[in-house]
Design a binder for this molecule. Structure first.
Ligand code: SF4
Length: 341
């Protein structure tokens, strides 16, 4: 079992604190000192008596901290952080600015096993899952750098639902009123479409917003772009999303990366409309971001606009996300493009 106190829920901390001779109620202070005050040393958790602090240290407990190794700023204001992990892995997270909204796109795995062909992270292969502490610490690091984060999207390196327990735990920790207290509607988990995990999430007592990286309207094309589709085809995926929406009672976002001459015709827009008409949803059309070694091209602005118009006419709320952070490889699908393997 990990000895990292940053990786623990309040309930887990209760057990640890009592096992070290402290009163159960002090676990709440430990949680808030770590996740709200940003304390990084057990000796600074003053509500715990000296003896309890000493016992925690004696038993090998510690509070982890991500090591920020690089910070790049794009002319459009996007900031990309690179973190070196203690085992040699590298992860990245990105702050996106949109009016008063400061969204942090966090990574959940080192690399990714899903192998989506348009994504730089997929080329890195999966090295390991991140812990909940490593996920939440991306938020704290960005905030320590001076940006108060308003929204978190689990859309960086890795597939969050393939690291289900840690991703869900990090949602709980970020949402906890005694910690960073980010509203559940401001936490979005984005998935490539692991249908059983979406159903499992539907059955939880907490429901972050859900985003589905869809990108195609036929199984044939989607399987080519996203191999996960061979296992969980579009129908199975959308049925799972329907279950989630029924439980969460929240709007779902569908992401659709626009790739030139592949998925950007009006025929695709029409099929997309038919597929999604049963949902309370919005669609993000994402301008494709080329990265080194990729073979696709971005759809032209006219094509994207035509596509958007067709969806909007059909009554689907549609937003176009133009490239952000492109010069620093911080745009969608580009994370990891500059990471060593
Ligand atoms: S798009 Fe997401 S799920 Fe697909 S390879 Fe990239 S990081 Fe993994």
């Amino acid at each position: 079992m990990s000895k990292d106190l940053k990786d623990k829920t309040p309930a887990e901390l209760e057990e640890i604190v009592t096992a070290c001779g402290g009163k159960k109620y002090l676990a709440g202070s430990v949680f808030s000192f770590i996740h709200s005050k940003g304390v990084g040393d057990i000796s600074q958790i003053s509500p715990l008596g000296k003896a309890v602090r000493a016992e925690l240290v004696q038993q090998g407990y510690f509070i982890s901290k991500l090591a920020l190794s690089r910070r790049l700023i794009d002319p459009d204001g996007t900031v990309k952080y690179t973190f070196d992990l203690s085992d040699g892995g590298v992860i990245e997270s990105v702050v996106l600015l949109d009016g008063r909204r400061r969204t942090l796109c966090v990574s959940t795995q080192v690399g990714c096993a899903m192998n989506c062909v348009f994504c730089a992270t997929g080329k890195l292969k999966l090295r390991r899952n991140l812990t909940a502490a490593e996920i939440v610490d991306q938020v704290y690091s960005a905030e320590n750098d001076g940006t108060r984060i308003t929204n978190v999207v689990f859309m960086g390196m890795g597939e969050p639902l393939a690291n289900y327990d840690a991703a869900l735990k990090s949602v709980r920790i970020l949402n906890d009123p005694a910690g960073r207290n980010i509203g559940i509607r401001h936490l979005t988990v984005s998935t490539c479409g692991i249908a059983p995990a979406i159903r499992k999430l539907a059955g939880e007592d907490i429901h972050p917003r859900l985003a589905i990286s869809l990108n195609a309207t036929t199984d044939e094309l989607r399987t080519k772009l996203m191999p996960v589709n061979a296992k969980y085809p579009i129908k199975a995926l959308l049925d799972a999303v329907e279950t989630y929406q029924f439980r969460a009672k929240e709007r779902v976002t569908f992401e659709y990366v626009m790739i030139k001459d592949l998925n950007d015709s009006l025929e695709h827009a029409e099929r997309l409309t038919k597929l999604l008409r049963r949902f309370k949803c919005n669609i993000n059309l994402i301008e494709y971001n080329p990265h080194p070694g990729c073979k696709f091209k971005a759809s032209g602005t006219d094509k994207i606009e035509q596509f958007r118009e067709a969806l909007s006419k059909a009554g689907i709320e549609t937003t176009v996300r133009f490239k952000m952070g492109q010069t620093i490889f911080a745009a969608c699908g580009q994370l990891g493009a500059s990471c060593s393997k």
